[in-house]
Design a protein around this ligand. Sequence first.
Ligand SMILES: [Zn+2]
Length: 111
Amino acid sequence: MNNQILQLYAFLQASRGNWRNAIWIECKFCLYKNQQCDEYLLAADRNGAPLVFSVEQFRRLTGDTPVKDECIAVLSEQAFEELYSSWLLWHIDWLKDCRLRQLAQGKEPAL
Ligand SMILES: [Zn+2]
């Protein structure tokens, strides 16, 4: 099955089928300025690990349009990195690309 569909399923399961139960994350000042970054939706899986989904990708796959002000909270990219700093340290390649973008693309944990 398509990886995007599996990720979407996991995200919807974690957010109880509704993007309004997710946290909106803005990557306005992405550290990787050479790439245009996105806005993201964050939910936590049953182990507390972050499940990140690109808002644009969500729109494309579902036809639904998440609205920032209707999400349960809004975080900056910096706040997300503080919140998950220990987890990110072990699961994401810090030098490669935006952490949110890596998570949204469903990269395997780099253990
Ligand atoms: Zn970014």
